[in-house]
Design a protein around this ligand. Structure first.
Ligand code: AMP
Length: 571
């Protein structure tokens, strides 16, 4: 086993970021920039426009947020009251979920700069947003529909905007926001800096880029694809789990896989420390390894792993660089890595010298696309498997007990001394019953942890077609049967064309108020006086009760499960 000194590649400090931002990143435990950050931050700091192809999980939020905060602060101190409090930065995102997430990230990065960041999205009471806008903000993170609403009311002034980001642009187009985006961009200052991030680059995105970006720098995270054949031959699989169940899923996977030694990769130091603690609490012998540790501490950790006192190493990429651990059988990505080359790097630690290696990735549903990108770039197959159930786990534990007994029967010459026990019991009990009791004791003595928590199955987000449906589409037929092809039901909303209802109002209200994402919504039929919208079966009740609480176009229409819920039937 070799432990090299940590080899620091180009770090955040080399990217000309200011001390306040560097401090925030250290505080968050980010050890080094992800590839997209390395490529996007310098040109953005120079004021260039940028067209980036990147999916969730690549670190794209920080890639635009850090330069945005720095540039805005350079032009006019963030948080200062004298600028009239008009926003200088605008980030447009497709969903409420993302608006909150991006705004929280920007708030964390910009805390020491005093940045005031406000998320605004449909479904949230407008009064609260109005008051916050009045008090003054530096950056608004908004869904296009609600942004346009505010622009119409004169409460979101655009003339002071210096930088605009369109995040997940393809998804915004898919959700029918094309016109809203055009309308917003038309009203912004000509000399603004514009950034567009999209997971795919269909022609419509190119069109927007041509119209609204000035000689943009283009970046794709897949560019540094490893050469064919470079990726090692390793059994690769992935589990789709929601964040809350990740520790449980990791435990389950470890129990079923029973690795000799495993390394679990996390993104940040905080995550490493937290996960190490959680896994130790769950009875695993885990050790943390990250860039914040000294060489001596690292050596100690490695010797515990080597001697078998620990069987799980939880590490960041930087800390694990240069590690060569002979007995390693499993690499586990606790998150999807930020770039394909990082994935290749990580999994290359197993499967050496002809030994069998296993690479397992825990992905959140929204990271499924990144998984696909990695598959394509590495030209290898990552099988998405079901998280083992409690029943699977029990079966596996029994299998381990059976194997241990079999080994004892075949190899142990010292069984005879127990004969007296069996024979005296045999006077009273059936031989099979005696054997069963003995197996039970043996099984329980392995200390198999009682992990009875069932981990809910979540479907990956479906792949989006490269070309979205027409902008004016009322039939979103291509999105039927999402959630892994599950059944769809229709919801009746008592407001339609005559009330000015547009597909994006319905999508905005649903994604804003429920956990249903835009992609899971099926066909939307807008008639004169009502609208029918297809929703995954399991989410209908949630959608109905959420829509009843919200207003659509200023009204509270009747909302119910469609009585005539025959598939695709016209009313
Ligand atoms: P995103 O692709 O922007 O959704 O980011 C994915 C995740 O990676 C988020 O949880 C970020 O906090 C995290 N992240 C972003 N940049 C870094 C970095 N340089 N080091 C570690 N984690 C990061």
């Amino acid at each position: 086993m070799v432990v090299n000194e940590i080899d620091e590649g180009p770090g955040f400090a080399d990217l000309a970021l200011g001390p306040e931002l560097l401090k925030a990143l250290t505080g968050l435990g980010y050890e080094e920039p992800t590839p997209i950050q390395r490529e996007a931050i310098p040109p953005l700091l120079e004021g260039r426009d940028l067209l980036g192809q990147a999916a969730t999980g690549t670190g794209k939020t920080a890639a635009f947020a850090l330069p945005m905060l720095q540039r805005l602060h350079g032009a006019h101190p963030l948080g200062a009251e004298d600028g009239g409090g008009e926003p200088a930065g605008l980030v447009l995102v497709p969903t409420r979920e993302l608006a909150v997430q991006v705004s929280e990230a920007m708030h964390r990065y910009g805390r020491d700069l005093g940045a005031r960041v406000l998320p605004i999205y449909g479904g949230q009471p407008i009064g609260r947003q109005l008051r916050a806008l009045e008090r003054g903000v530096d950056v608004v993170v908004a869904t296009p529909g609600r942004a346009l609403d505010h622009i119409g009311r004169g409460t979101l002034p655009l003339k002071g905007l210096r930088m605009i980001v369109l995040d997940e642009a393809d998804e915004m187009l898919d959700m029918g926001f094309a016109d809203d985006i055009e309308a917003i961009l038309q009203d912004t200052p000509e000399d603004r800096q514009t950034v567009l991030f999209s997971a795919t680059m269909p022609p419509r995105i190119d069109g927007i880029a041509r119209r609204h970006l000035r000689q943009p720098v283009r970046i794709r995270i897949e560019r540094e694809a490893p050469a064919a054949g470079e990726a090692p031959l390793i059994r690769q699989s992935a589990y789709i789990v929601s964040r809350a169940y990740k520790p449980a899923a990791l435990g389950r996977v470890l129990d079923v896989e029973a690795p000799t030694a495993a390394i679990v990769f996390c993104r940040t130091r905080e995550e490493v420390d937290q996960l190490t603690e959680t896994m130790n609490g769950r009875g695993y012998r885990a050790e943390a390894l990250h860039g914040g540790m000294g060489q001596e501490q690292r050596d100690r950790v490695m010797s515990r792993l080597r001697s078998g006192t620990a069987d799980l190493l939880v590490a960041t990429d930087v800390a694990a660089r240069g590690l060569d651990i002979e007995q390693l059988t499993h690499v586990i990505n606790y998150d999807v890595p930020s770039a394909p080359e990082s994935y290749v790097h990580r999994i290359g630690r197993v499967g050496r010298a002809g030994r069998e290696g296993v690479a397992i990735t825990l992905a959140e549903p929204r990271e499924h696309r990144m998984l696909k990108t990695i598959e394509r770039v590495t030209r290898s197959r990552i099988t998405v498997e079901k998280v083992p159930t409690v029943a699977d786990l029990r079966a596996r534990r029994l299998e381990l007990t059976r194997a241990a007994l079999q080994e004892s029967l075949m190899e142990d010459g010292d069984l005879d001394r127990f004969r007296v026990v069996v024979e005296t019991l045999a006077d009273e009990f059936d031989l099979v019953a005696i054997a069963l009791a003995a197996v039970k004791l043996a099984h329980e003595s392995t200390g198999a942890a009682a992990d009875e928590e069932e981990i809910p199955e979540v479907a990956p987000r479906a792949q989006r077609p490269e070309r979205g449906p027409r902008d004016d589409r009322h039939g979103r037929d291509d999105r039927r049967g999402r959630r892994g092809g599950g059944a769809m039901s229709r919801v009746f909303v008592g407001a339609g064309r005559s009330a000015g209802v547009r597909p994006q109002d319905i999508v905005g209200a649903i994604t804003g108020e429920t956990r249903v994402s835009g992609r899971e919504i099926g066909a939307i039929e807008i008639a004169d006086r009502f609208t029918l919208v297809e929703i995954p079966d399991g989410a209908v009740d949630e959608v109905v009760s959420a829509l009843r609480r919200t207003t659509i176009k200023g009204k509270k229409p009747i909302v119910r499960r469609d009585r005539d819920d025959a598939p695709r039937g016209r009313r």
